[in-house]
Ligand binder design. Structure first.
Ligand code: 2IT
Length: 444
């Protein structure tokens, strides 16, 4: 079957799984030429096997809120592909979580993890539980109920979850605590743990730091550097924090952050105090950024809008999928943006990406740019397995090297006449590695 037939079949089989079909389509269109050059892939039905998760767990999560009322949510774990190593990927708690969203994330994770060079398969999980406004005790009870159902399917060499939107160090701690009580083992079967119980140094920073190491390489491709460049960041969570911290440290000027309520424009640029305040805003649990403008003179809040309307050199979507659409892309292009690097997973719509490529604006996809997060998770697994904790310097050096290599792989497979198509490069490099591992292990 050719790529178009495979896509049409998938659409017929999973109608309405919008995000999942979008993620698959992007990858398949990029790998089409490579696939056509390998008849053995077609014979082994490699793509048909790659686009269907190995298995999906769906379960009811029932817990009691602070008022004593019984609450029900749906929990999921999508174990997508373990050709390269144990299932690995984050857990998302957000009202917008659906099976389609977790399937897209698990699919992306498989290729991302392949790009890290570490032995990790792809998975994703989560729940439609919304942490917004919940007390600490409610969060704990929910995490415990979630793991009570899922724990049998996890394990240090089976499936290792981590954080994602709505799941940070606190939630990982509560989930891991329950996991280890039930499994009666202490083998680190979650990453993003606290430093006192098997966590890795630099894991909280890793996604954002890694993204900036990748951006530095993209700038080098243009014979430029980051000093003095203006940067638009969206979001104000863990990923936005890490990206803003490293961007500022390297001499860039971060002028926006955003939340569900709108965005902040701060022409003076973020500094240490403002970045710390961002963490406070996140920790408040209210999911709004508006108070920033009241606290820091000279900054402005734009309710209900996205930062992409500001003139900047570099755009870094750090919030969630499809947060940058075609109209946003056109505004960035009209304002002569130098490059767009997705730090969120699938942050740009297909139409936005088409616009960047048509204009030859350098664009790099989340599965390459944000792979530093899961890469340091892989290093956390190694540290747990050897019962050691490495220095921040060692972890950061390894993160640096991994991001450098991912960039190299993107350039190797994505070089076109007068343009580097990082998306194509990332998808081909990831696909070839997963396909090779699957071919070698037979029809299973
Ligand atoms: O999207 C991602 O790569 C993550 N949420 C991190 C996954 C991980 O296992 O650290």
């Amino acid at each position: 079957m050719n790529i178009n037939e495979i896509l049409a079949n998938l659409e017929a089989k999973h109608p309405g799984e919008k995000e999942f079909l979008q993620a698959v389509k992007e990858v398949l269109l990029c790998v089409e030429d490579v696939y056509n050059q390998h008849p053995e892939f077609e014979k082994a039905r490699i793509i048909e096997r790659m686009v269907e998760p190995d298995r999906i767990f769906t379960f009811r999560v029932t817990w009691v809120d602070d008022k004593g009322e019984v609450q029900n949510n749906i929990g999921y774990r999508v174990q997508f592909n373990n050709a390269i190593g144990p299932y690995k990927g984050g857990i998302r708690f957000h009202a917008s979580v659906t099976l389609s969203v977790l399937k897209f994330l698990g699919f992306e994770q498989t290729f991302k993890n392949a790009l890290t060079t570490l032995p990790m398969g792809g998975a994703k999980g989560g729940s439609d539980f919304s942490p917004r406004g919940k007390s600490d005790a409610e969060i704990m009870r929910f995490c415990q109920a979630f793991v009570l159902e899922l724990w049998r399917n996890l394990g240090p060499d089976r499936d290792v979850p981590a954080g994602d939107i709505g799941v940070g160090g606190r939630e990982v701690g509560y989930m891991y605590g329950m996991y280890k009580k039930l499994a009666r083992e202490n083998t680190g079967t979650f990453t993003g743990k606290g430093l006192s119980f098997g966590g890795s140094r630099i894991r909280p920073e890793a996604t954002g730091f890694g993204a900036l190491y990748f951006v530095e390489q993209m700038l080098k491709d243009l014979n430029q550097d980051i000093k003095g460049k203006t940067i638009a960041i969206s979001g104000f969570g863990n990923v936005a924090w890490g990206a803003a911290t490293k961007a500022t440290e390297l001499g860039g000027k971060v002028v926006t952050i955003s939340g569900p309520d709108g965005y902040i424009y701060d022409p003076a640029g973020l500094d240490k105090e403002k970045i710390e305040y961002m963490l406070e805003l996140r920790a408040s649990g209210n999911d709004i950024v508006a108070p920033y403008a009241e606290k820091f003179a000279g900054s402005q809040f734009f309710p209900g809008k996205k930062p992409w309307e500001q003139k900047v050199d570099i755009a870094l979507p750090c919030a969630t999928q499809n947060e940058l659409g075609e109209a946003d892309a056109k505004m960035l292009i009209a304002n002569n943006v130098l490059m767009v690097a997705e730090v969120s997973n699938m942050g740009c719509t297909a139409e936005a990406i088409d616009a960047f490529i048509a204009n030859k604006t350098p664009y790099a996809p989340g599965k390459a740019v944000n792979a530093g997060g899961v890469a340091v998770s892989g290093l956390e697994m190694t540290q747990d397995a050897e019962h050691l904790q490495w220095s921040a310097q060692k972890v950061d050096d390894m993160l640096h090297e991994i991001m450098f290599n991912i960039h190299e792989a993107c350039v190797e497979h994505g070089r076109e006449e007068g343009y580097i198509n990082y998306m194509k490069g990332a998808n081909i490099a990831g696909f070839l590695k997963v396909a090779d591992a699957m071919m070698a292990q037979g029809v299973i």
